[in-house]
Ligand binder design. Structure first.
Ligand code: G1P
Length: 900
């Protein structure tokens, strides 16, 4: 098995024989809605949304099962038809024989090129695929065919791309009936499909989108004829990999200007016969895409079809466009790691485009992102493109309900949340955790502490009392905002929103006085313990949040804010009576009384609360949780290992520890007890020992999410229905593994944190086991294969962890700190490690200089040199914001941080 090799600083790579690995797909997309997946054999799909698929939707299995692809043929007299992308029956049959054609895949951010060499035909073909970053709603494909032999070769070039042209819902349901809606016609340059109606869950409507495939030869010449339907191309008994059109005289291509209705459509473009002498080449440009009108589509496509230069310029523009967006770069002792991180840094951009649904492994959902993803994707944005984040964070807060839960159906526009009309009441108990994490990072990077005092509305739908009751008086027509009894829109500060999320959670406890699991926590598949389940893991995360809120308030106080205004109804949540913390019934009572008060509307009255009191109040709550978990949930098992129990199931039983079916341990439970400081230093050491023993799996690149419960545990969640070692049941789930690394770094367990990231990296980087292109997947399965590539929250967390923990680039209330936690082995030969990044809208290149080659435990920051001048500061590790703001915006500032 060959590895891929990186080609340059943009982390472009080359892979030999890519089609000998299954399940590979590559994303090409733009910010105007075009989302495609493309495989080494040009399978994959292209869509603009759930109801607008140009190419038929694919899940991973269709990548090898479907014969529909972006095919391109060369038909030669007396020889088998040759597919330049390997999709002929003949080529398929030879895949594992000596006759296999040599293939190479080259790819970089948002472009892919496949090269195929046929010794038999004496031809070499390259197929370059991009979606223009300039925003045209097309996918472009340039096919270049070269005669690599001595004798002349004559062939007929034919593009054959099936056009699905409808909603993904019709892939099975109404597949045939919806083909009857197709109105297809041939034009000078290709095939257009204009379905009359759309049939999908929205009902039968007049179709508004046209689809098509257009093409030219040598950047100018239109095709000479067309196959506009699948039936008219594959004939009887044929297939897209062996079309009868190439053998039967009865299947005659059509001329331009003809129409046909009611069939599966095909972008079948027959170009003029061509003869290539040895060394000569011919090229074909294909544009497939969408338009509001046929004219729109043709206009956009023709820009690239009628000028080779325009096409080449667009390729360059697209490459530059995306590469410029990646503005965090590393130079460590391991160049492969730096390149790997280049792809990881790109991944959050993909998730913003594709959501969680639109790549082949993500064959769930119909687009959109969840609440958790919304906030975590902002982490990456904060690092790479901080301007605009403030507004986005602000608007996202309007998705919070007065009962501390939040909207779960998220609209496409910023700050747009959709009321739950389906009565599917699901409350994820972790949702209240993420906004503060992101907001805290924002405040620390920007120093914008007053952001907490900005006001914003609350979300309203019929769900009330944390999913337990319905507000039957709610009428969507009156808007999705909480109103006062006087009927005015109610607004509270961002601080108030955050307090509400965290305080309501504090009181929302189950029978062990931990926060109830409800619909699930971070682990979406812990979804069957709604009544009695508790998540100790995320209770610990809330303890961290309560402390963070207290610290932010202390900072606010330093800025002269001594009191804040909060909704009057909230007073009950701020009771000073700490005796109620141990009293589960009183806690529930407090929460219920509060939730009832805000069920339909609010009074609109505010009370003044002194910051000092609030700080004390929050700290008390946080400390109480920490002690409670420390005292109640620390486990010791028969083999002498110790760790934290993180869950209670729907029978109210403890989930982790020794069981007849084996030892049960969950990584999540350890991550948040470590991150929050629930675990003492000694306990962290014990947890590491237990995790290394029970969860670490070399062949899977790291720490599994859990041990094998050997039970389909219906009183906890669907995850136990998954095979062990897959997805949320015991895979190496990268998101949690990276959060584990993050927690370890934060607590000063640097070698251990590095070990987590390094194992993951080494695994992913070894194509022979991971079988994915560069980047971080959602998870690594039992057999070592990495799955659900690209669209994963783990990318944001890895980016964050490498930059802020490993490289120690930290914002502290607007100041810039350097607290590197790089191991000696991570420095280059010359004792340096570099990172480029953006902070306060300025670009920096930081060089850590470890000339004496010291280990991380031995070095400290001894000097900072900023743009050639020694920077004087009380704290040697810090550059003050006031000085950063004086720096110019349009140059890269060079910082050397001397370590000794
Ligand atoms: C996915 C979801 C994420 C969820 C996780 C665990 O992870 O997107 O919200 O918490 O599964 O169930 P991801 O693919 O983002 O790594």
């Amino acid at each position: 098995m060959r590895q891929y090799h990186y080609l340059n600083e943009s982390a472009d790579f080359i892979l030999e024989d890519p089609e000998l690995t299954s399940y590979l797909y590559f994303p090409i997309a733009n910010e105007n809605g075009v989302m495609a997946s493309v495989t080494p054999s040009l399978h994959g799909d292209n869509k603009m949304g759930q109801n607008t698929y140009l190419l038929a939707p694919v899940s991973v299995e269709e990548l090898h099962n479907s014969k529909a692809s972006r095919n391109f043929w060369c038909i030669m007299e007396g020889k088998n038809p040759w597919s330049v992308v390997g999709n002929s029956s003949n080529q398929q049959a030879n895949l594992y024989k000596e006759e296999k054609e040599k293939t190479y895949l080259r790819a970089g951010i948002m472009w892919q090129e496949v090269e195929r060499i046929s010794a038999v035909y004496g031809l070499k073909a390259k197929v370059l695929s991009i979606v223009p970053a300039s925003g045209e709603t097309v996918e472009l494909m340039k096919v270049t065919i070269e005669n690599i032999g001595v004798d002349s070769v004559t062939f007929t070039p034919i593009a054959a791309i099936p056009l699905y042209a409808r909603s993904a819902d019709n892939y099975r349901d109404h597949r045939h009936v919806t083909s009857l809606l197709h109105r297809i016609h041939t034009t000078d340059y290709g095939v257009i499909v204009n379905p009359t109606l759309t049939f999908d869950e929205r009902g039968h409507k007049k179709n508004e989108v046209i689809y098509g495939v257009l093409g030219t030869a040598r950047g100018a010449n239109p095709p000479v004829s067309f196959y506009p339907t699948v039936e008219g191309f594959i004939g009887e008994g044929g297939s897209l990999e062996q079309p009868r059109a190439f053998y039967s005289k009865n299947l005659i291509p059509m001329a331009a200007g003809e129409s046909v209705a009611g069939y599966e459509a095909l972008g079948g473009l027959v170009f003029e016969n061509v003869t290539l002498k040895g060394g000569e080449e011919a090229s074909y440009t294909i544009a497939m895409g969408y338009g509001n009108t046929e004219e729109d589509f043709k206009k956009e496509a023709k820009k690239f079809l009628l000028s080779d230069k325009a096409f080449d310029d667009e390729v360059q523009y697209t490459k530059n466009y995306w590469n410029q967006k990646i503005n965090i770069h590393y130079r460590t002792g391991n160049q492969e790691f730096d390149y790997f991180m280049y792809w990881v840094n790109f991944q959050p951009m993909l998730r913003r485009i594709y959501g969680c649904s639109f790549l082949p492994h993500h064959d769930y959902g119909k687009g959109g992102r969840g609440w958790r993803d919304l906030w975590q994707d902002c982490l990456a944005l904060l690092m790479m493109n901080p301007s605009g984040v403030r507004g986005m964070l602000h608007d996202n807060f309007s998705g919070i309900r007065m009962d501390g839960t939040n909207a779960t159906i998220i609209g496409t526009k910023q700050g747009e949340f959709i009321a739950d009309r389906n009565n599917i009441t699901r409350v994820w108990m972790d949702h209240g955790v993420w906004p503060l994490l992101t907001t805290n990072l924002y405040i620390n990077h920007s120093g914008d502490i007053r952001f907490l005092l900005e006001e914003i509305t609350y979300f309203k739908d019929m769900q009330a009392v944390r999913g337990e009751e319905k507000d039957t008086k709610y009428d969507e027509g009156l808007g999705k905002r909480v109103k006062t009894i006087q009927g005015e829109q109610y607004q509270g500060t961002i601080l108030e929103h955050l307090l509400l999320q965290n305080l309501t959670a504090f009181y929302d406890v189950g029978e062990h006085n931990h926060i109830r699991l409800r619909g699930a926590d971070w682990n979406d598949a812990l979804d069957m313990a709604k009544e009695r389940g508790e998540s100790v893991a995320f209770t610990a995360a809330y303890a961290l949040n309560l402390m963070t809120l207290a610290e932010l308030l202390e900072k606010l106080e330093e800025h002269g804010v001594t009191s804040v205004l909060l909704a009057k109804e909230m007073q009950i949540l701020l009771t000073e009576d700490i005796t109620c913390f141990n009293d589960i019934e009183r806690k529930k009572d407090i929460l219920y009384t509060y939730c009832k008060q805000v069920k339909e509307s609010v009074s609109g009255q505010k009370v003044e609360v002194f910051v000092t009191n609030l700080v004390r109040n929050l700290k008390n709550k946080s400390e109480w949780i920490k002690d409670h978990i420390r005292n109640e949930e620390w486990l010791t098992n028969a083999e002498g290992f110790h760790w934290f129990n993180g869950y209670y199931d729907n029978h109210g039983q403890r989930v982790e520890g020794d069981f007849a079916q084996g030892v049960r341990m969950i990584l999540t439970s350890q991550v948040f007890t470590i991150m929050s400081g629930v675990a003492t230093k000694e306990q962290v050491k014990d947890v590491i020992r237990a995790a290394d023993h029970y969860l670490y799996e070399e062949k899977m690149g790291g720490y599994r999410l859990n041990t094998d419960f050997n039970e389909v545990k219906l009183d906890l969640g669907r995850m136990f229905g998954f095979a062990y070692g897959q997805k949320e049941n015991g895979a190496v789930f990268c998101h949690m593994a990276i959060m584990y690394a993050n927690a370890l770094y934060q607590r000063g367990f640097i070698k251990e944190g590095y070990h987590v990231i390094d194992s993951l990296f080494r695994h992913c980087n070894d194509f022979s086991v991971s079988r994915i292109y560069p980047g971080i997947p959602e998870y690594i399965a039992e057999n070592g294969r990495a799955l659900y590539h690209y669209l994963t929250g783990s990318a944001s967390w890895l980016l964050l962890t490498v930059l802020t923990e490993m490289f120690g680039i930290k914002g502290r209330y607007g100041d810039l700190y350097f607290e590197p936690k790089l191991l000696l082995e991570q420095f280059r030969q010359d004792g340096t490690a570099k990172v480029e990044f953006i902070f306060a809208e300025k670009s920096f290149e930081v060089t850590y200089q470890n000339s004496k080659r010291l280990e991380v435990s031995e070095y400290q920051v001894s000097k900072i040199i900023l743009d050639g001048m020694v920077y004087e500061s009380k704290d040697l590790r810090c550059i003050r914001r006031s000085d950063i703001l004086k720096l110019s915006n349009n140059q890269m500032h060079l910082i050397t941080v001397v370590l000794c």
